[in-house]
Design a protein around this ligand. Structure first.
Ligand code: DGL
Length: 280
């Protein structure tokens, strides 16, 4: 089974892309809604919540987990992969959403180390909208600088968005908040042209239409769910042992009231067959 983890409902955007790309796989989704949002918390707390959420998914039988949460990945995915995982679960794997996104945005894959790969990029300016923690971690800026130093990443923290989404806020409140964050970023850009937007939080594709309304028409929005699906396809091709032999389908678990979370998921994904179960 392949696990998908997010602090709340945002990872469902990644789940949807994975289910569409891998109809033969079995997925288990775990949203730590009881502790969301993570993005305004400190690094140690986010790391602790992430470890215990991953443990729950491993206990359910997952052999591979996609951390569909930028904030959790920004806090210490490398630390998890290099220290915690080999000691506690040496046969299991955890992969994230940040590096695939940066690779897609810069057009430079992880394996490209030659100077020519890095220099082949014209100058462009890309906006990153993400949680406060992800922005402060500078993970997107650092990963992009390794691959394409000519890409200028301008970050904007959006500390209220995950809370509003998880609270099922009216669309006009979400629209107002998105406009405010986009305006703040555009003011900082001044005359500089914006070439792309990266939604660096898996909750934000749920309101991608509101971002599209607020940014200039010709600016491309990079889709993290699609990029994650194609990165997982590459991973499973290289490591077919993590593709599952179980019945295809999906199970959804949450650390809080499942009825409320189920209704929220219906609103955003429009799939009324989806039912969350409590997994405190
Ligand atoms: N979906 C998470 C992310 O990608 C949201 C984090 C939060 O809970 O604040 O960053």
């Amino acid at each position: 089974m392949i696990g998908i983890f997010d602090s709340g409902s945002g990872g469902l955007t990644v789940f949807r892309a994975l289910r569409d790309t891998f109809p033969d796989q079995r997925f288990v989704y775990y949203g730590d809604h009881g502790n969301a949002p993570y993005g305004n918390r400190d690094a140690d707390t986010i790391y602790e919540f992430t470890v215990s959420s991953l443990e729950r998914l491993f206990e359910l039988g997952c052999s591979l987990i996609v951390v569909a949460c930028n904030t959790a990945a920004a806090t210490g995915l490398r630390r998890l992969q290099q220290t915690w995982l080999p000691t506690r679960y040496p046969d299991k794997r955890v992969i994230g959403v940040i590096v695939p996104m940066v690779e897609a945005m810069t057009g430079v894959p992880w394996s490209a180390e030659s100077d020519s790969a890095l220099q082949n990029h014209g100058k462009k300016t890309v906006a990153v909208f993400a949680t406060r923690y992800t922005v402060e971690s500078r993970v997107f800026v650092e990963e992009a600088a390794k691959r394409a130093p000519n890409v200028n990443l301008v970050q904007q923290a959006c500390p209220s968005l995950v809370r509003l989404i998880e609270a099922n806020a009216p669309v006009q409140d979400l629209r107002r908040a998105v406009r405010r964050y986009v305006t703040l970023l555009m003011r900082r850009l001044g005359e500089e042209r914006l070439d792309g937007v990266l939604l660096g939080c898996t909750h934000y594709p749920l309101i991608e239409d509101l971002f599209a309304e607020a940014i200039p028409n010709d600016v491309e929005i990079f889709s993290q769910p699609k990029v994650t699906a194609s990165s997982l396809a590459g991973y499973l091709a290289r490591h077919p042992e993590f593709a599952c032999g179980h019945e295809p389908g999906a199970t959804f678990c949450t650390s809080t009231n499942p009825e409320y979370i189920t209704k929220l998921a219906w609103r955003f994904l429009g799939d009324t067959n989806m039912q969350f179960n409590a997994l405190p």
